[in-house]
Design a protein around this ligand. Structure first.
Ligand code: KIV
Ligand code: ZN
Length: 526
């Protein structure tokens, strides 16, 4: 595969990224993210670990069915059950890849696997051969390759390629290596593994020392042709190599990287980054490269003056290149639905991304409340509309709260539970707590609040308040989000969102138990 100038982008936001979240995502959220990642035009997307849970299996299967474009990939340990689950989950993908792995470092072999390198290598070969019954696109990873002696690494890689692996991935699993050390590993593999030209060489770098992107870039310079990365760099511990950073490095420094290129559609970066941040409840640090709030903000007078005279004095890339648009829109409740549709199209949303009727309804309500609606409001409405699942069990009917300085607050909440209106009143230290207490009385669910986060969407007094809640119920964590001009209302909406997530998880569990019960009966009958 030498002479190949394209750098393949392998996105693992929905696998390595998702596995690090505090609350797992619903199937609908994963599918929504999968579509956004596909719009970035990645080459491969790893969308889950099918054997790990029925939920993961189902979402990998659903994404394989409906997301077109990139190769859809699932992760499997080098054991037959994992490979079979992965093969089945990916069955309906247009193009599918099985990614299997085993640890190769002395530390992992001795303490985790209690195996010799030869045993691990035999297991990898067997797994690759089994995977080839499901697809001819097989990736093999040497977990903890960064701490594996180079002779061992070359030996196992050669065997994996001979067994049928078409991509060899070298993970720096614990983010331990430094750039020249990591690129030396890649060069050694290229120079010493006799059949290396039969497979694409890939890297997967973690960011424990803040070097994931630097290591990935140095690996490209040494001959790697696939980068594994995630949107916003989310992932285990300090995260993975960030997709947007690596894509913009190659794009911006053509003077160094030409003729290398990626197929990433950079104008989709900003939007997908914000969607990942919102859905995963992982705020982006303001100074984050490429997508942080300050990434293109010039605060010092000298810089502002320079940019006005010539943009490239202080800007090495433009905000437009990564899809950032100015907030020019200024709509009122008299603006018609075609204006909204037109503006959303300008902002990059296609008709399939949202339900125009639902967005228009909330737009009119918001315009009545705020007077003027800006781009960021409109984008927030679209985002929240897509968060809504069909047929929520709990729906807010009304909310009234009152508070006076020095006195306990009170709230009355009317909640439709499966269509039946139930009303409760409660008190609390503040109006939010009072409303939550009333809702808890209605739902009767034991919920422990883990995290409550309020942020302003937009600027000025008329900014919308977004509340994100992470809450625990029976040992599982759920995330809910709410958006309104009034923060008590956004808090209540976020809490109700959590209740609906719990209710949905309970319904899935109930189905699973009844199915397992039926299977147990059938087995008993045999
Ligand atoms: O970090 C790692 O080693 C991994 C492998 C499964 C590729 O995520
Ligand atoms: Zn990883």
């Amino acid at each position: 595969m030498s002479g190949d100038n394209k750098i393949w982008i392998f996105d693992t936001t929905l696998r390595d990224g998702e596995q690090a979240l505090r609350a797992s995502l619903s199937q609908k959220q994963k599918i929504q993210l999968a579509h956004a990642i596909a719009r970035l035009n990645v080459d491969v997307m790893e969308v889950g670990f099918p054997v790990s849970s029925p939920g993961d299996f189902n979402s990998v299967q659903q994404i394989a069915r409906e997301v077109k474009g990139p190769i859809i990939c699932g992760l499997a340990r080098a054991v037959s059950g994992d490979i079979e689950a992965c093969g089945q989950a990916l069955q309906h993908a247009e193009r599918r890849r099985i990614h299997t792995f085993i640890a190769t470092s002395p530390l992992h072999l001795q303490y985790k696997l209690r195996k010799t390198l030869a045993q691990a290598s035999d297991q990898a070969v067997a797994a690759i051969k089994l995977a080839s019954r499901y697809t001819d696109d097989i990736e093999f990873s040497c977990e903890d390759a960064g701490r594996t002696p180079i002779d061992d690494l070359c030996w196992i890689v050669e065997r994996a390629i001979a067994a049928g692996a078409t991509t060899i991935n070298i993970p720096d699993t614990v983010g331990y290596t430094v750039p020249n050390e990591f690129s030396a590993i890649i060069s050694a593999l290229k120079n010493r593994v006799p059949n290396m030209d039969k497979a694409r060489l890939s890297v997967h770098c973690h960011n424990d020392l803040g070097l994931a992107v630097a290591n990935s870039v140095s690996a490209i310079q040494a001959g790697a042709r696939q980068i594994e990365c995630t949107v916003n760099g989310i992932g285990e511990r300090a995260g993975n190599c960030s997709l947007e950073e690596v894509a913009m490095i190659i794009n911006t420094r053509k003077d160094i990287f030409m003729p290398l290129y990626t197929d990433i559609k950079t104008t989709e970066i900003y939007r997908s980054s914000h969607l990942v941040s919102q859905i995963c409840n992982m705020p982006i640090q303001p100074n984050k490269a490429i997508v942080g709030e300050n990434a293109f903000a010039h605060s010092s007078g000298i810089h502002q003056d320079g940019v006005l005279k010539a943009q490239n004095t202080y800007e090495i890339m433009s905000p437009e290149q990564v899809g950032i648009r100015q907030n020019e829109l200024n709509l009122t409740s008299r603006s018609g639905r075609h204006v909204i549709q037109h503006r959303l199209a300008e902002l990059g949303y296609t008709k399939d991304d949202y339900d125009l009727d639902a967005v228009y309804q909330s737009f009119v309500a918001l315009a009545d409340e705020k007077g003027r609606v800006f781009d960021y409001d409109l984008e927030a409405l679209v985002f929240f509309q897509t968060l809504q699942e069909q047929n929520d069990y709990y729906v807010l009917d009304f909310l009234s709260s009152s508070t006076n300085t020095g006195q306990v607050a009170s709230a009355t909440v009317g909640l439709k539970c499966d269509g039946v209106l139930i009303t409760e009143a409660a008190t609390g230290n503040g109006p939010v707590e009072a409303a939550f207490n009333a809702i808890t009385r209605i739902s009767k669910l034991q919920i422990k609040m883990v995290d409550f986060n309020l942020q302003a969407k937009g600027s000025g007094e008329s900014a919308l308040g977004q509340v994100d809640i992470t809450a625990e119920h029976e040992g599982r964590r759920f995330h809910g989000a709410g958006l309104a001009t009034d923060i008590v209302r956004s808090s209540v909406l976020a809490y109700i969102h959590v209740l609906n997530m719990i209710q949905r998880a309970q319904t899935i569990d109930a189905h699973k138990h009844s199915r397992n019960g039926a299977e147990a009966t059938a087995v008993g009958a045999i």
